[in-house]
Ligand binder design. Sequence first.
Ligand code: NAP
Length: 326
Amino acid sequence: MAKRALITGITGQDGMYLAEFLLDKGYLVFGLIRGQNNPKRLIVEQEIPKVELIEGDLADISSLVEALVYSEPDEVYNLGAMSFVALSFKQPELTGNITGLGAMRMLEAIRIADKAKKIKYYQASSSEMFGKVRETPQTELTPFHPRSPYGVAKVYAHYITLNYRESYDMFACSGILFNHESPRRGYEFVTRKATRFAARVKLGLQKELAFGNFDSKRDWGYSGDYVRAMWLMLQQDKPDDYVIATGETHSIKDLFDLAFAEVGIKDWKPYIKQDERFMRPAEVDVLTGDYSKAKKVLGWEPKVSFPELIKMMVKNDLEIEAKKKD
Ligand code: NAP
């Protein structure tokens, strides 16, 4: 019998890579999709037609129970979230409701609907929980100090997952994932901003980018590698939490250097306009993950390097933007 998986956040970057990964493994894949007329429905239907979409919302527990009853999953991957840190400062209540309480609703829906206790649950925790870091590199035992409503909501989701594991003996895991990117990354995120901008400058479509803080440093990996880690966590004998990272840190300047080098432009600074509006009320300066537990227990390691990742993203954006030029 084929295994069955339910993914929330199916229209997102990770949801799509995870769906492809699980379909390759022979799973039946169901994806929770929100909204009356979600514009990303078409993208999922066209790119991954084998996924069965179920309407539901992390703000609505009865829709989650319905989705579980309908899909009868062996594994639930809760990837749905208000995931953009900057927006979380503008919409803190909604972020708390979806990113934080949404996880509790899904866990509660599983507790109610899964009498046989067969469902394994994956929670998309985040390195943003470390925020103002207490130690470097960050491990599963590093204390949290989130610096945004998004980070705070993720801490709640992380601990409620642990609480359901301990209280109800649920197979519930959290993956503390450091930043990961891909050609499917949303345009609002810094990596995609940089790769798209480089492509557009090269093609003569844009001359200036308003941008905030260049000083942050991140541990950036490839989404396609990271969804493999999510799956591995649910294949273990015992539920546990794992840091998933590359262990390497790069600055936003490195990111722009690589993206522009890919299109043959050396000095990108003349194209940037510093804009205070893009600064956050509180910043996370540096993140570096220690993934040695995942390596030891899951046998997981990242495969795609940072330069390879940026190259892949720029190539994709050149193709997309070139079509706009025609
Ligand atoms: P993403 O591309 O922003 O996708 C977020 C997904 O959440 C979208 O499919 C979105 O659906 C869905 N969503 C938003 N509000 C919802 C609601 N009320 N009910 C149900 N679904 C809702 O994020 P991602 O990069 O794939 O990340 C996946 C997960 O990992 C997120 O939880 C994110 O916070 C977490 N994470 C990401 C990273 C990273 O670097 N990418 C690192 C650590 C953790 P719509 O299309 O309807 O908006």
